[in-house]
Design a protein around this ligand. Structure first.
Ligand SMILES: Nc1ncnc2c1ncn2[C@@H]1O[C@H](COP(=O)(O)OP(=O)(O)O)[C@@H](O)[C@H]1O
Ligand SMILES: [Mg+2]
Length: 365
């Protein structure tokens, strides 16, 4: 059985999610998984680099250090599953985004986690750098997972939406046949602002199970001020990151709403995530939204989202056969397969690229 290894770390910078997976015709089998947290020191340095506070030396070192960790995560899955190395066709590694600037004068997206190191330490062909070719073709370089969602989660009879709740939230709208084209874009923050406020106020990287948010109340004035950000009204293709939705963004809004309780801010940020997503969902033909990403583990966020999207149903991707935590790394395993089979990985209607492109750079074993 031919397998593929997928490696992913998103804007939350919590750590690396790794899967070993085999693909059949429009279905897949997970052979093994592993999640490797970033050590606090590295996480702190990555966060700082993503805020534009890193020299070329620092970025170079981080590239090597994260490359080693990505390789470690891959080797752990291989060891845990006892997989025969010859049965693994290749690794697809997203890398760690340090900066994503899709709309500047000279658009770029920078992912680190040296793929040469991964190939060297695993002995496996490694495909990486998936975003830049789409950007070179005029696209946003993101989101790239919709092609995978379309292949494995689409239905001919039912229109579906896949919602990924990482640091940033992205949706893929998969209409049933005859109900339109696939679309997808970043809706804005999922966990990024809640995580940033929680870290700043409590020193913890995220609000476990939304306990702190639950203590607070939504402040309607702050909420509507935040919801008035032009990004939420912009039509796709569009993508964003923590370059925009970060602690400074929260502070800028709070300056206009002084004397708020900290827990109320947290609760309002949670509501912002739920409402900004629900307001950008397609308004016709959609019955069910399937959630993936770490936000699916926050019951308070899931509750707020379920209310915001009603009467549409909110489910998790497990109902489509893939646990929320492993959707993104599985997508990058599949994107590596597309690359090595000479097939495109982007959806131009999603990213805005001028056409389909074979994505990624190949680092042979
Ligand atoms: N038990 C939990 N309670 C609340 N939030 C959680 C929980 N588990 C994970 N998360 C959230 O999910 C984020 C990680 O999700 P992930 O899908 O890995 O995002 P990314 O793709 O940006 O790395 C964490 O930063 C946190 O905000
Ligand atoms: Mg993550």
């Amino acid at each position: 059985m031919e397998t593929w290894l997928g490696l992913m770390s998103g804007t939350s910078m919590d750590g690396i999610d790794a899967v070993l997976v085999s693909f059949q015709d429009r279905s897949m089998t997970l052979v093994g998984t592993h999640s490797l947290s970033y050590p606090d020191d590295l996480r702190h340095r990555l966060l700082s680099a993503s805020q534009n506070h890193a020299s070329p030396d620092e970025i170079g070192e981080l590239d090597t250090l994260t490359g080693h960790l990505f390789a470690q995560a891959a080797n752990r899955v291989i060891a845990d599953t006892g997989a025969d190395i010859h049965s693994i066709r290749a690794i697809g590694s997203h890398g760690q985004t340090i900066r994503h600037q899709p709309s500047g004068k000279a658009p770029f997206s920078l992912q680190i986690g040296n793929p040469a190191v991964i190939a060297e330490l695993t002995g496996l062909t490694t495909v990486a750098d998936f975003r830049r070719r789409d950007m070179a073709a005029g696209g946003q370089g993101a989101p790239l997972v919709p092609a995978f969602h379309k292949e494995f989660f689409g239905s001919t009879s039912e229109s579906r939406c896949i919602l990924n709740l990482g640091g940033i939230a992205n949706i893929t709208w998969l209409p049933a046949i005859g109900e339109g084209d696939v679309t997808g874009f970043d809706t804005g923050p999922a966990n990024a602002l809640m995580d940033a406020w929680c870290l700043d106020q409590t020193g913890r990287p995220y609000d476990t199970d939304g306990h702190w948010a639950k203590e607070g109340n939504v402040d309607e004035a702050l909420l509507s001020d935040m919801l008035s950000d032009a990004y939420f009204r912009k039509k796709g293709p569009k993508s964003t990151g923590k370059e925009k939705f970060n602690l400074d963004w929260v502070r800028t809004h709070l300056a206009r709403h002084p004397d708020m309780r900290n827990a109320d801010v947290q609760r309002t940020l949670l509501e912002l995530t739920a409402l900004s997503i629900s307001q950008q969902l397609p308004d016709y033909g959609l019955k069910t939204i399937y959630v993936c990403g770490g936000g699916a583990r926050n019951p308070e966020l899931m509750k707020a989202l379920a209310e915001a999207v009603a009467p549409r149903d909110l489910k998790i991707t497990s109902e489509l056969g893939l646990d929320p935590q492993w959707v993104e790394p599985t997508a990058f395993a599949w994107l590596a397969r597309q690359t090595l089979e000479g097939k495109p990985g982007n959806l131009p209607e999603v990213t805005g690229a001028s056409g389909q492109r074979i994505l990624g750079a190949i680092y042979p074993a």
